[in-house]
Design a protein around this ligand. Structure first.
Ligand SMILES: CC(C)(COP(=O)(O)OP(=O)(O)OC[C@H]1O[C@@H](n2cnc3c(N)ncnc32)[C@H](O)[C@@H]1OP(=O)(O)O)[C@@H](O)C(=O)NCCC(=O)NCCS
Ligand SMILES: [Zn+2]
Length: 211
């Protein structure tokens, strides 16, 4: 199965797009972009050169994914999420080559209108609330909100409930997943445990390994 691009979308020659991915109205994919399988890119989405997007990523309307951004498998970008790649832009000074990378790890959610200041890592299954401005790395499974974004809890992988902790043992009453708090880090417990790494089968992962 090939990918689908609406007739108003502009997919530049050289872009690599996985099977089953759908690209909707007025979106633009640059030549060096790599997008995995089964993704959905809504209306007016821009994907820059050398951007890496894993499998099963959903990007809602009006999102520009600029060069320097990597979205791992299963990431969700709400409508009008804002990425950045220059920390101190000035029109009169050329800052190409000074891009700071942004890495959004597997399964993380970025809420509507959230802004991710460049040079940050959003951990696996982290949840950024609508309208938050992320200025620091976001820990795995952390729920952050506000301007600047502060942690207000831990969100389960299912996204339906927060993780409730009793000492170092955490649990989701919605899906039953168990977690462990190790130092400041939350991990899935038991057979569900995952380090959140990008799946090695995705084109993005393959290209990143080649680099
Ligand atoms: C963060 C979020 C998941 C919290 O949902 P929730 O667990 O049901 O939380 P509640 O609505 O009970 O709110 C809990 C507290 O957080 C605050 N809060 C909720 N969302 C917030 C946000 N986006 N920014 C800042 N504070 C927020 C509430 O005001 C409340 O504060 P209080 O305890 O002082 O009254 C949700 O509000 C959110 O932002 N979801 C993202 C929606 C989105 O962008 N979808 C995109 C696809 S359309
Ligand atoms: Zn859950």
């Amino acid at each position: 199965m090939e990918y689908f691009a609406h007739q108003t979308a502009c997919v530049d020659e050289g872009a690599h797009i996985g099977a089953g991915t759908k690209i909707w109205h007025f979106s633009h994919i640059m030549p060096g972009a790599v997008i995995g399988r089964g993704c959905s890119l809504g209306q007016n989405v821009f994907v820059g050169d050398r951007v890496r997007i894993g499998d099963g990523v959903k990007i809602q309307n009006n999102v520009s994914v600029y060069e320097g951004v990597v979205l791992e498998d299963g990431v969700f970008c709400g409508p009008s999420v804002v990425f950045t790649n220059v920390i101190n832009p000035r029109s009169e000074i050329v800052r190409r080559g000074e891009y700071k990378n942004t890495l959004v790890k597997r399964g993380a959610t970025l809420g509507a209108n959230a802004t991710i200041v460049c040079g940050r890592v959003v951990g696996p299954y982290a949840f950024v609330a609508a309208g938050a401005v992320v200025t620091r790395d976001v820990p795995d499974f952390a729920l952050v909100a506000g301007v600047p974004a502060r942690q207000i809890g831990w969100m389960c992988r299912c996204g339906a409930e927060r993780i409730r902790f009793d000492g170092s043992f955490g649990h989701c009453s919605h899906c039953g997943a168990d977690y462990r708090l190790e130092g400041k880090r939350v991990r899935l417990a038991g057979s569900d445990a995952s380090d959140g790494a990008i799946q090695s089968s995705s084109p993005a992962a393959t290209l990143m390994q080649e680099k």
